[in-house]
Design a protein around this ligand. Structure first.
Ligand code: ANZ
Ligand code: ZN
Length: 794
């Protein structure tokens, strides 16, 4: 009887799997494909945390299971290698990000391999490799050629401490996501991708994917579709007019004033001499506020009168024009018609500044923002407000329109450690794209990383002097790099054809492997990565670079998405170095082995839910594996069959893997193990079937025991067992007997009689215990729940 010693067997199998390339996906395979993808990690210098193995074990279980079910599984891994942390580290330590990243990748890879994960390492990619970012740059050029990448001066989110521009998604509660510094607005020339052109397509596609409902909802809100109207208001004593966007054109008769965003271009033009000082003071103050402070409903609204008046196109009345920062320049037209009787913000503002309030919807409330019947609106009175929306818009020559909250994607970063933007500036020719044959535009090594508000690439002597591709004159390169989310928006395509030197991926390979069938990662990517990747995929499809039958994937890269729940520390707090509650996966592997860590992380609870670490429970999992290990001693030609529970377990584990119920699959295998342990002898064939269904969860142990049983080939070449329907039928059923709802006895009956209520009643009445509780009472009623309980009411 050998002792279970994971440290001895795990390394051996990991080496063997690597050597035999057991998990390489074959492009030429005729089997049905299954694309199982993890969100690739940023290789930080801290190494893996326990959240990584959670998702990776789940996809590993599914991949191994699907292979045994006869699929050709593609299960790749790579590195989201560009990004700020490596650059920030370089600023402090003077170690080049190339070096730090290389080291971190090596650590990550070693750790991932020590978990026994079945990745196809032939397809490994790193976004910081010139062979990879050459194609990131190529994608930029394709967007540029098609008018989907453009440059404009824009007020951008600026972090003074990181000295960089941030995407909206990187601003949280008005603060920099990374350093928590307050974010300010600054005007800079920036590159954008036109995500807004895909707003509707991005919404439509959500209908076709199997994603968690909350993630779909978050994307819908992020895209933020609003149906409404654009209406022009002329200005007294001026030639021009102001256009507003409103979702409630039905309330036009109640518009008693207008508001412009402080940044609106007409503010300076219409402000009167008398109001000039006040307005300028106000503009200065609001410039310091973040978008969040401005739109916070709880904050008191502020504003200032411009001295100018507009004409309400419905009532023809003069209404004052104000400037207030609760109106944002980045949404709609940056100007609103204010209807205080039916909009909370306008109501609060009107009361504060004593502005007129006119009700145009029939309601007893002071401020009513619901639907209803129109009043005080001439010929539209008594109409349903939804009909009035169209009619009133028509009457004043407005236009029904749709607005989206989604903004264009700002992709410029004034940073070094990213993919250079492939653009050249020439005095004669202006902005010129780098020629495809000159890609990649490689990052130079001779730079100083200290952030000075412009890209460190400015200081490189070798980088920015270049000849204009059009006229051959001296020109200079764009010095900004791309947001790392550009790099990660297409990596799943590169995995399909990672060594292609002529294309980002051949159509043949894309057709073979895309779309991704299962994608697993954290819910924090609901709005950034998952929108950008969907956008880039749709663009590449529309431009004809990805041709896949529409029916197969509905233009969506990720068919099914699963989010892993966060793992908390033992103290039920978020793991963090300052709290000292961080668990290092390496330590767990050292003590208990990789199989225990894998199994434990899957056994902790529901996959998508938050759950705390629990060292006691790891020990329990280890003991379970130890019992499985010792089952080998019971294998005997004269074994005892465990058909019923074994086949029930095969059924449950198969179904549970398909629905991500890994914890309940493991519970079921624990039950089976208990039953097998209770026997003196078990059949080899039964034990082997058990090992096959255990193998995706605890691959090292399964492979080792499989070999010890005398098998010559890897267990992962086996077919997944089918369960025998006849064997999972229970032979006996237990029926609970209640009297007036209280448990009084249990009886066993042959399973084929569970529908025979009469027989069960007879058996119950024959019970001494039952008779004792009925006593002299009369039986009034009997309820029977088939196969479970009989309740006698007396
Ligand atoms: C008049 C009105 C009357 C409005 C009413 C609402 C209720 P969503 O649903 O988010 O699209 N609005 C328009 N542009 C704005 C901007 N740049 N900054 C702040 N607010 C803006 O909201 C659209 C509504 O928000 C618009 O409809 C407008 O106010 C305001 F009883 O117009 B409404
Ligand atoms: Zn030129």
């Amino acid at each position: 009887m050998k002792k279970y010693n994971p440290q001895k067997i795990e390394g051996k199998w990991q080496k063997k799997w690597l050597k035999t390339e057991s998990f390489s996906a074959l492009d030429s395979s005729k089997k049905e494909k299954f694309y199982c993808l993890d969100m690739f990690p940023y290789p930080s210098s801290y190494g893996l945390h326990v959240g990584h193995p959670e998702g990776y074990t789940a996809t590993d279980i599914v991949s191994r299971y699907k292979r045994m079910k006869g699929f050709e599984v593609i299960h790749p891994m790579g590195w989201d290698a560009f990004g700020l942390p490596a650059e920030n580290f370089a600023i402090k330590s003077h170690i080049h990000p190339k070096e730090t990243t290389k080291k971190s990748i090596a650590t990550f890879k070693k750790q991932i391999q020590s978990l026994g994960l079945s990745y196809d390492w032939d397809r490994e990619i790193s976004t910081a490799d010139p062979e990879y970012y050459k194609w990131t740059q190529w994608i930029f050029l394709k967007l540029y050629e098609n008018g989907l990448a453009y440059k404009k001066k824009a007020a951008v989110n600026w972090c003074e401490s990181c000295k960089t521009v941030l995407a909206n998604e990187q601003v949280q509660d008005g603060k920099c996501e990374r350093c928590k510094n307050i974010v300010v607005q600054k005007d800079l020339e920036q590159w954008f991708f036109k995500t807004t052109a895909y707003a509707q397509k991005l919404l439509d596609g959500l209908k076709h994917v199997d994603w968690p409902q909350p993630i779909k909802l978050m994307q819908e809100n992020w895209i933020g579709k609003s149906e409404g109207a654009e209406i022009e208001f002329s200005i007294s004593n001026f030639q021009f007019s102001i256009k507003v966007f409103t979702t409630r054109p039905d309330t036009l008769y109640g518009a008693t004033y207008m508001v412009l965003a402080p940044e609106h271009e007409l503010v300076s033009k219409i402000t009167s001499q008398e109001q000039k000082k006040e307005v300028e003071k106000y503009l200065k103050k609001s410039r310091k506020k973040t978008e969040l402070e401005r739109t916070d409903l709880a904050k008191e609204k502020t504003g200032v009168f411009t001295g100018a008046y507009a004409i309400n196109p419905a009532t023809k009345k003069k209404i004052p024009i104000w400037v207030a920062d609760y109106v944002l320049s980045s949404y709609g037209t940056g100007a609103i018609m204010a209807v205080p009787a039916h909009d909370e913000r306008d109501f609060e503002f009107a009361k504060k500044y004593k502005l007129e309030i006119i009700k145009v919807l029939d309601s007893s409330e002071d401020c009513y923002s619901g639907e209803g019947k129109i009043i005080n609106s001439d010929e539209f009175n008594d109409l349903d407000n939804n009909i009035a929306k169209k009619n009133i818009t028509e009457k004043v020559g407005g236009k029904l329109t749709t607005q989206y909250k989604l903004k264009d994607w700002l992709i410029s970063r004034q940073r070094y450690w990213g993919a250079p933007i492939p653009i050249i500036y020439c005095e004669k020719c202006g902005e010129v794209p780098v020629l495809e044959k000159d890609l990649p535009v490689e990052l130079p090594d001779d730079v100083d990383f200290k952030p000075k508000g412009e890209s460190p690439l400015v200081k490189s002597k070798t980088f920015h002097q270049v000849k204009c591709p059009k006229c051959g004159q001296d020109a200079r390169r764009e010095v900004d790099t791309m947001d790392t989310f550009v790099c990660s928006s297409w990596y799943y395509l590169r995995y399909c054809d990672p060594h292609n030197e002529k294309e980002f991926a051949s159509n043949e390979k894309l057709k073979k492997w895309m779309p991704v069938d299962l994608y697993v990662g954290g819910a924090e990517h609901a709005c950034m990565h998952l929108i950008y990747a969907r956008f880039i995929y749709k663009v590449l499809k529309d431009l004809g670079y990805v041709k896949i039958d529409e029916k197969a994937d509905h233009n969506e890269p990720y068919q099914k998405l699963m989010n892993q729940g966060m793992i908390l520390g033992e103290d039920h707090q978020k793991m963090s170095k300052s709290r000292g509650n961080v668990i290092n996966p390496d330590d767990v592997i050292k003590e208990y082995g990789a199989d225990t860590l894998r199994l434990y992380e899957m056994f902790m609870g529901t996959f998508s839910e938050v759950k705390p670490w629990d060292t006691k429970s790891i020990k329990g999992v280890y003991r379970f594996l130890d019992r499985v290990w010792h089952l080998q001693d019971k294998v005997d030609a004269q074994g005892k069959a465990v058909g019923n529970i074994l086949h029930k377990t095969i059924k449950k584990v198969s179904e549970d893997i398909e629905r991500f119920g890994f914890n309940t699959a493991i519970s079921q295998m624990m039950i089976l193990t208990n039953e097998m342990s209770a026997l003196d002898k078990i059949y080899k064939s039964d034990f082997e079937k058990f090992l096959i269904i255990l193998s995706p969860f605890a691959p090292h142990m399964a492979e080792e025991l499989w070999e010890l049983l005398g098998n010559k080939k890897s267990i992962f070449l086996e077919r997944w067992p089918d369960y025998d329907k006849a064997l999972i039928q229970d032979k006996e059923a237990q029926i609970i007997i209640q009297i007036n709802g209280k448990l009084r006895d249990k009886i066993m009956i042959d399973a084929k009689h569970i529908s025979d209520q009469k027989r069960i009643e007879e058996l119950a009445m024959a019970s001494e215990k039952v008779q004792k509780f009925i006593g002299s009472n009369k039986v009034k009623k009997i309820f029977y729940v088939k196969g479970r309980l009989l309740n006698i009411v007396v």
